[in-house]
Design a protein around this ligand. Structure first.
Ligand SMILES: Cc1cc2nc3c(=O)[nH]c(=O)nc-3n(C[C@H](O)[C@H](O)[C@H](O)COP(=O)(O)OP(=O)(O)OC[C@H]3O[C@@H](n4cnc5c(N)ncnc54)[C@H](O)[C@@H]3O)c2cc1C
Length: 317
């Protein structure tokens, strides 16, 4: 092999190494991940944001309760956020899914589904949660449109409307009590035998909230706007909105792969500075909290970015 060729190969290796080596890799580039990226970009850090483009609120037509962005579509907010973060030239974006992360003494290695390998000194997990749609036909299509997870996000738009709560036991009671602030035309659907204690049934009755125990078969809807709840006995009832909190799970296994401890609720355990139980790994947004809200995801992202940068400074100085 001649010297020129050797030199060129060496240069390509170095370029590859430089291109694939970052101060920080952020996995998940939605509200939490982009906020962390902005803090780190403003701190002149070399950052890679890997994102698979599936935020949990993507089906909801309009987002609310995030100051300055109230009533915008999730896409509008995300596009503006990415535009602003892109101004910081040390931030690189990579579309795709991170499928594996490992840590040796010095650095993290992240592998994507496409087979790319990236390295960094620190890692931020901002991968959110995945909601598991129950077996009620039509539920998934109505999710985020007329099947609502949170009254603060979407309750104002259906205030005083004929509304249902899907739930049972203490959870069904507490959810009904909360939503009764937004509408008095409320029914609790337990989808099977009620397990509410007698005093709670009585309390609901005092507030004109009835309990329907019929098993639910499906939601009839038009483009995600629920029209009727259809029961297994073929009876149906008309409705404008129904609140439900389906089970959710971590969108990505990356934090668990790295050995990060999870909470009893299955969220990544973090301290007030968004540090996980593994050195150099931070988590922010929905994956690390039980309060799902854009403002909170943004706030925790900013904290994760700042803490991560401080750790880097302490190691360098
Ligand atoms: C239906 C619905 C409606 C909502 N409406 C509102 C509202 O009106 N107002 C409000 O304040 N909040 C609302 N929320 C809550 C809000 O959407 C979340 O709190 C917020 O999206 C959390 O941001 P995040 O960045 O943590 O996660 P997400 O926004 O869910 O983003 C996670 C990102 O990580 C990516 N990702 C996951 N795994 C990987 C991987 N392995 N590799 C690469 N990328 C990965 C995903 O593709 C996604 O882009 C709503 C939630 C739902 C479910």
């Amino acid at each position: 092999m001649n010297d020129d060729l050797l030199l060129n190969i060496h240069k390509i290796d170095l370029d590859m190494a430089n291109t694939n080596n970052f101060d920080v890799i952020i996995i998940g580039g939605s509200f939490a991940g982009l906020s962390a990226a902005m803090s780190l970009g403003r701190a002149l850090r070399n950052v890679l944001v890997i994102d698979s483009g599936l935020p949990c609120n993507r089906q909801t037509p309009y987002s609310h309760n995030f100051i300055t962005q109230d009533g915008k579509t999730p896409k509008q907010i995300a596009t503006l956020a990415k535009e602003q973060v892109s101004q910081y030239k040390t931030i690189t974006f990579q579309s795709g899914t991170a499928i594996n992360a490992t840590k040796d003494k010095k650095r993290f290695q992240v592998k994507t589904e496409a087979g790319d390998l990236f390295h960094s000194k620190k890692l931020i997990v901002a991968t959110g949660l995945k909601d598991i749609m129950p077996g009620i036909k039509g539920f998934a299509e109505c999710w985020g449109i007329s099947v609502i997870h949170c009254p603060y996000c979407h309750g104002y738009e259906v205030k005083n409307e004929k509304t249902g709560i899907l739930g049972n036991a203490d959870y069904g009671f507490e959810f009904s009590r909360l939503v009764s602030n937004w509408t008095k035309d409320l029914t609790l659907y337990t989808n099977g035998k009620s397990t509410l204690p007698a005093e709670r049934v009585e309390k609901l009755r005092e507030h004109n909230i009835s309990i329907v125990e019929n098993e639910i078969h499906s939601f009839e809807h038009t483009n995600g706007q629920i029209q009727n709840i259809v029961f297994s006995d073929h009876s149906k009832t008309s409705i404008t909105a129904i609140y439900a909190r389906p089970l959710s799970t971590q969108h990505s296994e990356i934090a668990s792969q790295l050995g990060c401890e999870l909470t009893e609720q299955g969220r990544v355990k973090v301290d007030p500075f968004q540090l996980t139980t593994i050195d150099g790994v931070f988590a922010c947004g929905d994956c690390a909290t039980s309060s799902r809200d854009i403002a909170l995801a943004v706030s925790s992202g900013v904290i994760a970015g700042g803490t991560c940068n401080k750790e880097l400074i302490m190691e360098e100085f």
